[in-house]
Design a protein around this ligand. Structure first.
Ligand SMILES: Cc1cc2nc3c(=O)[nH]c(=O)nc-3n(C[C@H](O)[C@H](O)[C@H](O)COP(=O)(O)O)c2cc1C
Length: 184
């Protein structure tokens, strides 16, 4: 009985050490635990990406919540630049943040609300998109981010690429995130 108990403790310790050593939070001795990871998602792509990234970075993702509206209404609202909508989210705990959200025509109202209500020293925006006009949209949100945050970087993930090459996309994002946040 005692032998089995000791073995299970040994296995537990080995498991913890393995995940500790292989986890990206150990790269170059940099600590990534002081990061807030937020997402807004309507059809699930940004949510999956946020949860997969959170797992790799050992973070707890925080979801933005808003009204549950049908697609035609969201589509209509996405044509109104700068429109905000009541959005609920946990306040940031840290000075550095990642925010993952979708590209919606000209405007994603919950994302616009969020970016006008938070401020970070360093902010990374990750925009998931279907396939067009993502750069001008990213520039718009980078500018909006700069109103409250000191440093704002934007990365883009095409939905099809994420669905077809998830591991590769995640690997690239993790390495970009390490470059962006390696300095305190
Ligand atoms: C209202 C609405 C508008 C959209 N507009 C665009 C667009 O202009 N360009 C584009 O590439 N994708 C557009 N998309 C597709 C989304 O950006 C893409 O599917 C994204 O990955 C969805 O993220 P989500 O699943 O987290 O909601 C739109 C989607 C919705 C719902």
């Amino acid at each position: 009985m005692q032998g089995r108990f000791t073995k299970s403790i040994q296995a537990e310790i080995i498991n913890s050490l393995e995940s500790f050593n292989s986890g990206p939070t150990q790269w170059a001795g940099v600590n990534f635990l002081d990061l807030d990871l937020y997402y807004f998602s309507y059809t699930g792509i940004s949510e999956t990406l946020a949860k997969d990234l959170a797992k790799r970075l050992k973070l707890t993702p925080k979801a933005l919540k808003t009204y549950s509206l049908p697609y035609p209404l969201w589509l209509f609202l996405s044509f109104i630049p700068s429109l905000k909508i009541k959005t609920f989210f946990e306040r940031p705990s840290f000075k550095r943040g990642i925010f993952i959200f979708p590209k919606w025509t000209f405007n994603c109202p919950p994302a616009t609300t969020f970016l006008t209500e938070v401020s970070f020293e360093k902010l990374l925006l990750i925009i998931t998109y279907g396939g067009f006009k993502e750069k001008s949209y990213g520039k718009y949100y980078q500018k909006l981010g700069f109103k409250n945050s000191k440093e704002v970087t934007v990365l883009y993930v095409r939905r099809k690429d994420f669905l077809q090459n998830k591991e590769k996309i995640l690997e690239n994002l993790v390495s970009e995130i390490f470059k962006i946040f390696k300095d305190p």
